[in-house]
Design a protein around this ligand. Sequence first.
Ligand SMILES: Cc1ncc(COP(=O)(O)O)c(C=O)c1O
Length: 372
Amino acid sequence: MRPELKPRNPNFSSGPCSKRPGYSLDQLHIETLGRSHRSALGKEVLAKACAQTAALLGLPEGYRVGIVPASDTGAVEMALWSMLGPRPVEVLYWESFGQGWMSDITKQLKLKDVSCRSADYGQLPDLSAINFNSDIVFTWNGTTSGVKLPNGDWIADDRKGLTICDATSAVFAMDMPWEKLDVVTFSWQKVLGGEGAHGMLILSPRAVERLETYVPTWPLPKIFRMTSGGKLNEGIFRGETINTPSMLCVADYLDALAWLESIGGLAAAIQRSENNLQVISEFVAKNNWVHFLAEDEVLRSNTSVCLTLDATPEQVKKMAKLLEAESVAFDIGAYRDAPAGLRIWCGATVEASDVAALMPWLVWAYKEVVGV
Ligand SMILES: Cc1ncc(COP(=O)(O)O)c(C=O)c1O
């Protein structure tokens, strides 16, 4: 049976993710547009974006938040290129983005003392007995496999190395153990439904110490440079960006933060995301032809929810196309490197009622394409 009700908002993409409920361009505060980002107003607004991020996330004293170029990728690369080298590196990866960081570290930076622990799509690598004298690089949530770290208990408090965490599809949707993390990156375009272009770089005091005591042997492009004369360029973490940011994207980010605050802050955002996952969990429990890619429930992402189907890859693609043609769900095909399936974004900006409205359409599309 063809369902009657459609999701009010069919945007279930895993990035850029759906705008917040009630989003409208004319609500943005755009008095900064056409002005210098180094004007008093520009700096004030950029500083506000950093400070509000720290406050809403509840970052520990001494942690810094900066806006950097090139979205999450820019923030991660900046950290890898500026900080790696003095210690062995261990990379933990379980899907394509984490694997990409491994490749950058070995093939671009050409570091020699690098080990890795990896796992197939749907699994997490063994996290026991990691040597925390090394710098550890990992993603918090594997956006393309729907597998997240359940907690940070495996990270040593007395570590000598740094923990460098790409948390772009986790920040504002999952509890992050900040004291265990020295570098955390994310992009506005994910959980908050903001824009690409800029990345957020969060540094612990130990990460700052690394920056102030270690100079890489390789050249660093200007847009990666966070120190000058052996001291941290603190301005970056007060809104004095290295180069010109998009003030329109900044206005959009501040709108997202204001929305987050209005719904009750971080805890409420996490709850919204968990509720969305719950809708899908109930659906999967009732339909034996659809499965979570992450078999272990505690590892299941509550943002990038990845499902496999009893269908061929071509059939799954056809289903995604059909759902798009019906304006029921946009961009829910699995990531190109991941096993065939559907990936439904369940971050805070997505409404549970829309996820619920989508579920009968999955049944319909499956019946249309697979015919059972
Ligand atoms: C885990 C992870 N890292 C990095 C990226 C790249 O993010 P961006 O395009 O914002 O640089 C993504 C994008 O989906 C991601 O999921």
